[in-house]
Design a protein around this ligand. Structure first.
Ligand code: PLZ
Length: 450
């Protein structure tokens, strides 16, 4: 594979010249602790100076291999040429007018791109926002306004954000919800097809889980009361759970049959991350609404709700918006990111990353039984760690120790999962294959030492 770094000028190499974090990072961390609220965490407190391609440089001169992409954001790299060029030009022209005051072309162009790239050939419209949580909140507003119903159905292990409504939609208590209630009403949670942990086995999981979910919706909520069903086509924070085959199409069909707006939250899984523009394409599911953020704008804050024109237009004029939604610099960055995804064929890159990672991880699983499951698609790959492959008892300590060992060697990895026992790998799609393999070498050595 050639080195396609999205135009980053940074040397694409791992370089560890101090302890990690190094002395300058530790100094900054002390200042940070004095002034930054303790509730805001950091996975690895090395302070960044530059980042691009597949690396992050820190204040101590270390260069880390990036298997995190700032939580699935910098798919095109953190300083992609087209993003920097277009956003810089926009910055020089104007930073803001507020689209609700005087509009500009970039916003319209992003909506045109979204209409083209999202699944389905029906008429589509979009509205732009700042964060993923805000997009999900607006999808709920739009679905309620369209259906004149109130209930929202979400799934076990789901994650949708940290605002009040999206905390209610999110499954996991710690750290997202604990002590922050009361939560928004009319939110109902049903089972998801988690093949690895399904009692009767992964083969039966898709249809069985769908039947259970549908039974709960019809019996406990009433399909006629449901405005929206919201699901991540690959569940991200919950542990990179790919719903077992058949589950998503069945739930989408149930929604269609009952006049429920089916919302795919593609905030983490979208924009080439899984080797397709959107993960729901894998089973040919066409959502009524799609929420996007993260990868859409190469690191600038931008989010969107895109969907069927008649649903999107159901909110009254002036009912949707926000001061910064679809900021012109963020829109310019998004156009640069989308240009990069097309030009470098990042879907193909993501598929190649999957091939390399799954090959290496499968070989590791044979040696290290702590690796219970390998899953995910494209450059959204995870391993679930267990104390014993038979009982599948979660091993969050092992995940924490592994992540720590990787960090010390200059490889940034993240954990996730309801049980905290999943190591997830989200490299920028432009990472070079040498760096990818070097990262996997570090993971393998860390397992050997565990
Ligand atoms: N929906 C599917 O993955 C954000 C959260 C990190 P915001 N995921 C990373 C953290 O601990 O806060 C996410 C997501 C899905 C919604 C969101 C929310 O997106 O841009 O963080 O609001």
């Amino acid at each position: 594979m050639t080195e396609l770094t999205g135009g980053s000028a940074l040397p694409q190499e791992r370089r560890v010249v101090t302890a990690i974090p190094g002395p300058k990072s530790l100094e900054l961390q002390a200042r940070r602790t004095a002034t930054v609220a303790g509730g805001v965490g950091s996975v690895l407190p090395v302070f960044t100076t530059r980042a691009g391609g597949g690396v992050i440089e820190d204040v101590d001169g270390n260069s880390l291999i990036d298997f995190g992409s700032g939580i699935a954001v910098t798919s095109v790299g953190a300083s992609a040429e087209a993003v920097v060029r277009r956003a810089s030009a926009q910055l020089a022209n104007f930073t803001h007018t507020c689209f609700m005051v005087t509009p500009y072309e970039g916003y319209v162009e992003v909506c045109e791109q979204l209409a083209e790239l999202t699944p389905g050939d029906h008429a589509k419209k979009s509205a732009l926002f700042n964060s993923g949580a805000e997009a999900v909140e607006n999808a709920v507003k739009i679905a309620r306004s369209y259906t004149k119903r109130q209930a929202v159905v979400v799934f076990d292990h789901g994650y949708h954000g940290r605002t009040n409504l999206t905390m209610a939609l999110t499954a996991k208590n710690m750290p997202y919800k604990h002590g922050f209630g009361p939560f928004a009403p009319e939110v109902y949670r049903v089972p998801v097809a988690y093949g690895y942990r399904w009692p009767t086995g992964a083969e039966n999981c898709g249809p069985e889980a769908a039947a259970q979910a549908i039974d709960q919706i019809t019996k406990q909520v009433g399909a006629e009361n449901v405005a929206a069903i919201i699901i991540e086509p690959v569940l991200g924070e919950g542990g990179f759970i790919e719903p077992a085959k058949g589950f998503l199409p069945r739930i989408a069909e149930f929604a269609k049959d009952n006049g429920i707006v089916f919302v795919a939250d593609e905030i983490q899984s979208g924009f080439c991350r899984t080797g397709q523009w959107f993960a729901c394409e894998d089973e040919g599911v066409v959502p009524d609404l799609i929420t996007t953020a993260k990868g859409i704008a190469g690191g600038m804050p931008l989010a969107a709700v895109t969907g069927r024109a008649e649903i999107m237009d159901s909110a009254h004029a002036g009912g949707l918006g926000g001061t910064y939604g679809g900021n012109p610099v963020a829109c310019a960055a998004a156009l640069g990111a989308i240009e990069t995804m097309r030009e470098l064929d990042l879907n193909a890159k993501a598929k190649r990353i999957e091939e390399v990672m799954k090959g290496r991880l499968t070989a590791m699983q044979e040696k290290f039984p702590v690796i219970g499951d390998i899953r995910g698609r494209g450059a959204m790959i995870a391993i679930e760690l267990v104390k014993d492959p038979e009982t599948k008892a979660p091993a969050p300590e092992a995940a924490g120790a592994l992540a720590k060992a990787c960090h010390a060697e200059g490889l940034l990895v993240l954990t996730c999962g309801t049980y905290g026992n999943v190591l997830r790998f989200l490299p920028p799609l432009v990472i070079g294959e040498d760096l990818l393999n070097e990262g996997l070498d570090i993971i393998e050595a860390a397992f050997a030492r565990l």
